[in-house]
Design a protein around this ligand. Structure first.
Ligand code: CS2
Ligand code: MN
Length: 356
């Protein structure tokens, strides 16, 4: 296990590399070229500059989150091959710059969906939250406007204003795409990129859908054990792997997280760990990482990762906004730093206990 923090780059992030460097045990960052659009080719020069900046601060780039997949690929549009060619070129450049982990998702239209970005908890911290009632009452085109005021002036991943201006058009693109087509389009994409992943040893790590069910009538496939195992089997190559995000798979209380981790042995390349507090199966908020603050048993989750021999990067996922910090919701410094320490404490105890 390698403890990391997500970092959006010096132009976009309120958190600095120097601050990240001071969190004990954090050696790497998970980053991206945040100003690139899906479908754009990443140049080697820009990738190298990104690496050099991170390395100059005494850290290293542990992986990319995300290289986003263009909607033409997800919908299987006639021009998808052109975009897959671009994706392959980006992967080639990443491989040539010695980067070997890429997180991505295959969610239609929206990346994650939350209905509140700053729900106030009893201790005065604020967190992202979701209620199905709010989603059902919402016109998807107005979703962005309804949460934009709470973004603290940041650009949130998957919710770029340029993209949200075209929501209606995006919905039209997915009109004829059902779950089976989405599986098929994912298979097509993975089969085409596997040769370059093998050549440069690039581990692709698909992120689960968040929440792990269909929203706004759009198809969603990366939601449960059965479906993710299907994705692993349909392109049975170790480079086709998973980002195990507890806060995303965990939105569906039917998902047994430690059991899913064990069933994905050898295919989890990256882990996002966060805790959720449920008020009902469809009303939850993001909690502190500590087990007792939420609904998940973090000890059992980390133990399952330890037991399958997981040796990739872990990052604390969304944190609460605390101590007056103003940052991208979910991505402040303080609570994620607390999370990194707690997760490393669990790991150390589990590792030492196992050796006794
Ligand atoms: C992330 C996702 O902030 C988050 O919730 O876990 O946005 C994740 O980066 C993407 O889905 C991966 O492509
Ligand atoms: Mn995640």
């Amino acid at each position: 296990m390698e403890m990391t923090l997500r970092w959006y780059g010096s132009t976009f992030d309120t958190v600095t590399l120097q601050q990240i460097r001071q969190i004990p045990g954090v050696t790497g960052v998970i980053t991206t070229l945040y100003d690139t659009a899906p479908g754009e080719v990443w140049s080697r020069a820009r990738i190298r500059a990104m690496k050099e900046e991170v390395e100059a601060a005494g850290l290293f780039v542990a992986g990319i989150e995300s290289v986003n997949v263009h909607d033409a690929i997800k919908t299987g549009a006639p021009d998808r091959d052109r975009y897959i060619d671009h994706y392959i070129e980006t992967l080639t450049h990443l491989g040539q710059e010695d980067l070997h982990l890429v997180c991505y998702n295959f969610m239609p239209v929206f990346d994650w969906t939350r209905t509140e970005l700053a729900r106030v908890r009893p201790d005065g911290s604020t967190v992202l939250a979701y209620t199905q009632e709010a989603v059902d009452a919402l016109d998807p085109e107005k979703m962005f406007a309804s949460i934009a005021d709470d973004m603290n002036g940041t650009v949130m991943p998957g919710w770029e204003p340029e993209r949200m201006e075209h929501v209606q058009e995006l919905f039209r693109l997915y009109q004829d795409v059902d779950e089976e087509k989405l599986f098929e389009n994912l298979r097509y994409f993975l089969e085409r990129i596997m040769p370059v992943c093998n050549e440069y040893d690039i581990r692709m790590a698909i992120h689960p859908d968040d929440p792990a069910w269909s929203v706004f009538g759009l198809p969603r496939i990366n939601t449960c054990k059965e479906n993710i195992l299907r994705v692993m089997e349909m392109v049975d190559d170790p480079h086709n792997g998973v980002t195990f995000c507890t806060g995303s798979y965990g939105t569906n209380l039917r998902n047994d997280l430690p059991d899913m981790i064990r069933s994905l042995k050898g295919r989890i390349h990256f882990a996002h760990i966060r805790n959720l507090k449920f008020w009902s199966p469809t009303n939850f908020e993001e909690a502190a990482h500590l087990s007792s603050d939420g609904s998940f048993d973090m000890y059992e989750i980390v133990k399952a990762l330890y037991e399958i021999g997981f040796d990739g990067p872990i990052r604390p996922d969304h944190g609460r906004m605390i101590w007056g910090e103003k940052a991208m919701p979910g991505y402040g410094l303080y609570d994620r730093a607390l999370g990194a320490m707690y997760l490393q404490g669990l790991w150390e105890a589990i590792a030492k206990g196992a050796k006794e």
